[in-house]
Design a binder for this molecule. Structure first.
Ligand code: AMP
Length: 286
């Protein structure tokens, strides 16, 4: 009698157990390099949960639009390898462009209601590029788990949906945003900030605390909270432009009345640096 499976998950698990003699689990941390504390946290989480941890370091040209910072994005493979060694990473995958894209891909990936809002509105094609590289990397590495930071909350939601809609055999593990002592979220792009711009960059984090205070004080109106955030950030000297401030539920649907678990998401230009950040309402210890 054949073994009968009626659940995808179960047959996949069965096939996997047949395939791997050694029963290793592989954790995968995709990055664009110039590693910092945020990346380290992803790696550490993977190390705890898997036998093998693989980090990819690849500045993916497909997810950058024309006139964006692809060329000036910080790169330092030697430094990154040192950090990976410190963290006990087992494998690093650092492909060249010709390896990843022998020909310019013609595929376009869209997820309705997710890839064209917020970041997608200001960076057309960005998430198609992200989804393409993530799918390629998943196909190459075939990880059991992959680690994504909440710092890029929309990216996390997009990847989660990609995995769900295409039944990809990988578990997406979200990792909370790691911040510097003063609240600035770690980002490779923080290296662009001039010293005098840093204080203005802190306005993003501080606006979240301000919003939490308003909400604790009884204001639940998303529009008025958004306006307060915009006015607060705008006051800072090096803030050039606010691309968006949105308050959504955890699935990125805009809300009128805020509740615990909703997200504030924003993108702000400080000097020539575009910073994104987000906050889960209810996370502040006021
Ligand atoms: P990147 O190299 O910027 O493409 O980021 C690679 C991964 O690290 C993504 O899943 C990011 O969300 C995550 N990440 C970046 N910065 C942080 C941070 N400050 N805290 C947690 N995760 C982060």
């Amino acid at each position: 009698m054949p073994i009968l499976f009626k659940k995808t998950k179960e047959i996949r698990n069965y096939i996997k157990s047949l395939r791997c003699e050694n029963r290793y689990t592989v954790g995968f941390v995709p990055t664009m390099g110039y590693l910092h504390e945020g990346h380290r946290e992803l790696i550490r989480t993977s190390k705890i949960q898997n036998d093998i941890t693989i980090v990819s370091i690849y500045v993916n040209p497909l997810q950058f639009g024309e006139g964006e910072d692809f060329e000036r994005y910080p790169r330092d493979l030697e430094r990154d390898l040192g950090i990976c060694e410190e963290e006990g990473v087992n494998v690093v995958f650092a492909p060249l462009d010709e390896e990843m894209y022998p020909e310019k891909p013609l595929i376009n990936i869209e997820i309705k209601g997710l890839t064209h809002i917020l970041e997608g509105e200001f960076r057309p094609g960005h998430f198609s590029g992200v989804c393409t590289v993530v799918l390629k990397l998943f196909n190459i590495i075939q990880p059991d788990r992959a680690y994504f930071g909440e710092k890029d909350y929309q990216q996390l939601k997009v990847v989660q949906r990609l995995v769900k809609d295409l039944s990809l055999p990988v578990e997406i593990v979200p990792v909370k945003t790691v911040r510097e002592k003063d609240g600035l979220a770690f980002s490779s792009r923080n290296t662009y900030l001039k010293p005098e711009e840093r204080e203005s960059a802190l306005s993003l984090y501080r606006s979240f605390l301000l919003a939490e205070k308003l909400i604790k004080g009884g204001n639940k109106d998303a529009n008025s909270i958004k306006q307060t955030i915009i006015e607060f950030i705008r006051k800072h000297p090096h803030v050039k432009k606010i691309d968006y401030v949105e308050i959504t539920d955890e699935d990125l649907r805009p809300v009128k009345e805020v509740k615990e678990g909703d997200r504030i998401l924003l993108a702000v230009w400080v000097g020539d640096t575009r910073l994104i950040d987000n906050w889960r309402i209810g996370d502040a210890n006021l």
